[in-house]
Design a protein around this ligand. Structure first.
Ligand SMILES: *Cc1c(COP(=O)(O)O)cnc(C)c1O
Length: 384
């Protein structure tokens, strides 16, 4: 059996080596390392894939979120509601811009931001909601867009983990993750579903004016060369990363399908086990199907019951099975984001999830022997 890895970038590269190498070579030959034709080409191809009017590439997913918020003109003191159970980048940029982060609890079943908690957190100062499409499936966008409309709030989708996922509205309309709010951000960090070989990110929007504003912000606030109309940043996707991404984009749906196939095998192995809760789908489908994109499994995350999660992590590591705990500490308890307004009883779900969750190896190269070894090792352990 091949050594099991949490993410197998080498195996994936082997498969597409020639196109990636050629694509990078083209950049080397043109020496257009910044904002070269590859960046533009990738931007156009991603716009087409997503069915969104504007993709604005930038340096990473954290910048993408920050720039989206700058583009919307959010001001110090504005309150921004987001999930307590996510990667810190989401709350970090809110705080950096001197906006006020308002963390709220999530759902136990799909780990995404809880609608009732959002409603409860809205005040006259609330200006935006940042749903994070955690682990590869969309938050409840139908309800979030309704709330935003009713309270005149911006919706900024943090789509770092769900590129290629779709969301189905009650009327049957389907939309790509990252195309439903006013603006969205994504990350091309190597381990993301569409990852480059360094740092990269992008902002998506259907709003022409906002896209124009953002294109200036990513480039020092310049709309005309050496005229700085607003305070901007320097945040660019370099051409070599765009070359990698453009070579990988045509494979994204296949990659996401491979992740789903692995998830289906995991689910099947754990079926009926009373100590293991497998990931729940919360949108259009009841069970995962290979052909439907309602979940793209950036992570395959279990909740374990009746056993010590940390003991399971240790046992897996001893058996050379990598795993991850995303996330071990709720954001509202992180030193940097403490706020006396938070009450523990408002975070019962996150406080529990941080003790129960465990993410298993998930990538495009998992084979049946590996999945069988991972699942049987877990089942033996939890069944005692
Ligand atoms: C990865 C990630 C980010 C940040 O992306 P970087 O490219 O690493 O800056 C932001 N939000 C979420 C939910 C992420 O998973």
């Amino acid at each position: 059996m091949k050594k099991i890895q949490m993410v197998d970038l080498k195996g994936q590269y082997e498969d597409i080596k020639e196109v990636v190498n050629t694509s990078i070579q083209e950049v080397l030959e043109t020496t257009a390392f910044i904002n070269g034709p590859k960046v533009h080409q990738f931007q156009k191809n991603l716009e087409q894939y997503l069915g969104v009017k504007h993709v604005i590439p930038c340096a990473n997913g954290t910048d993408a979120l920050q720039i989206a918020m700058m583009g919307l003109g959010l001001k110090p003191g504005d309150e921004v509601i987001t999930a307590d159970f996510t990667f810190a980048a989401t709350v970090e940029v809110i705080a950096l811009l001197q906006l006020t982060p308002v963390l709220v609890d999530v759902n136990e079943d799909d780990f995404n931001i809880n609608i009732e908690a959002i409603k409860k957190a809205i005040t006259p100062k609330t200006k935006a909601i940042v749903p994070v499409h955690l682990f590869g499936q969309c938050a409840n966008m139908e309800a979030i867009l309704e709330i935003a409309e009713a309270h005149n709030l911006f919706v900024i989708e943090d789509n770092a983990q769900a590129i290629g996922a779709t969301y189905t509205f009650k009327n049957g309309k389907k939309a790509q993750a990252g195309t439903m709010g006013h603006v969205a951000s994504t990350s091309f960090f190597p381990s993301k579903n569409l990852g480059c070989y360094g740092d990269g990110g992008a902002i998506f929007t259907n709003d022409d004016d906002l896209a124009h504003t953002i294109r200036g912000i990513v480039n020092h606030g310049m709309y005309e060369r050496y005229h700085h109309d607003v305070v901007g940043v320097n945040s660019r996707l370099d051409s070599i990363q765009a070359a990698v991404l453009d070579a990988k984009l045509p494979h994204l749906d296949t990659y996401n399908k491979k992740r789903r196939e692995a998830a289906i095998k995991y689910n099947k192995a754990f079926e009926g086990n009373k100590n293991i809760v497998t990931p729940k789908l919360s949108n259009a489908c009841e069970t995962i199907c290979e052909s439907c994109d309602c979940h793209v499994f950036h992570q395959y995350t279990l909740r374990v019951k009746g056993v010590e999660r940390d003991a399971l992590v240790k046992h897996l590591n001893e058996n050379n099975i990598p795993c991850g705990v995303y996330y071990p500490i709720p954001l509202h308890l992180q030193k940097a984001y403490l706020d006396e307004r938070y009450k523990e009883e408002d975070f019962t779900v996150t406080n529990q999830l941080v003790k129960d969750v465990i993410s298993l190896p998930m990538h495009t190269e998992l084979d049946d022997d590996q999945i069988e070894f991972i699942t049987s090792t877990i089942i033996k352990f939890v069944n005692g």
